[in-house]
Design a protein around this ligand. Structure first.
Ligand code: PGA
Length: 261
């Protein structure tokens, strides 16, 4: 089973719609200048909601191979939920992906594993692929509980997902202590947890499904460390925050396969 790697740029609450248009064009040109082979890695950006229409317009007009998605979705299909955005709205804008359960949403908005599972379900029902985020805080890692903690999140979130839906999902392992800190997990740290996640998915859904699901690593990924992390057998891509805001740097991250010896 060969999994096509996915490099997804999580822009978080950065770049207005004009900046987004320029950034995605520069990313496209940087990849084009390098004769980038999209068969080597799928490339996606995850802009704020307000940028999505502009990103759709420019990717369509310039016939780009770059995909895009949202950073969150409502669990509700429609109705009186002021401020929320439904899966149908996102899919209508051409989104391929939706991040669910990012640690910043869990931390600042109190999202629970159950809610994260419901959001994954909403994204799947809308025809999009959820990028399901899991990962431990520093205290949990220091206590040596990081694998057990992360697998408990996997169990709880995937409890919402039937096998055919699970196999269409992407998981992102993001240790919270490595997010935005410049503190990157070692390739062995990333592999330890990503490998354990795949084993758990195999127990839940069978080996074939587990081998098909892409597991990303996230946390201070940049061009100087991406190749070593991507060389690990159970790491199938990156969820890239800070480094994705610089399109030339993100293009170098997407080109990781050129630096793997
Ligand atoms: P970072 O963010 O690359 O800036 O550490 C990753 C993320 O939060 O998805």
């Amino acid at each position: 089973m060969t999994r096509t790697p996915l490099m997804a740029g999580n822009w978080k609450m950065n770049l207005d719609h004009l900046e987004a248009t320029a950034t995605i064009q520069r990313l496209h040109w940087a990849l084009q200048d390098a004769n980038f082979d999209y068969g080597k890695a799928e490339v996606a950006v995850l802009p704020p909601f307000t940028d999505l229409r502009s990103v759709q317009t420019v990717t369509d007009a310039d016939n780009m191979s770059i995909r895009y998605g949202a950073q969150d979705v409502s669990v509700h299909p429609d109705g009186a939920y002021t401020g929320e955005i439904s899966a149908r709205m996102l899919s209508k804008l051409g989104c391929s992906y939706v991040v669910v359960g990012h640690s910043e949403r869990r931390q600042y908005h109190g999202e629970t594993d159950q809610e994260v599972g419901e959001k994954a379900l909403a994204a799947l029902a809308g025809g999009m692929v959820p990028i399901i985020c899991v990962g431990e805080a520093l205290a949990i890692r220091k206590a040596g509980e990081h694998v057990a903690y992360t697998l408990a999140q996997i169990d709880a979130v995937f409890a919402e997902l039937a096998p055919e839906l699970a196999s269409r999902s992407v998981v992102a392992y993001e240790p919270i202590w490595a997010i935005g800190t410049g503190e990157v997990a070692t390739p062995a740290d990333a592999q330890e947890v990503c490998g354990a996640i795949r084993e758990r998915l195999a127990e839940l859904y069978g080996r074939d499904a587990a081998e098909a699901i892409r597991i990303l690593y996230g946390g201070s990924v940049k061009s100087s460390n991406v190749a070593a992390i991507m060389a690990e057998p159970d790491v199938d891509g990156g969820l890239v925050g800070g480094a994705s805001l610089d399109p030339e740097e993100f293009a170098r991250v997407c080109r990781f396969s050129e630096y793997i010896a």
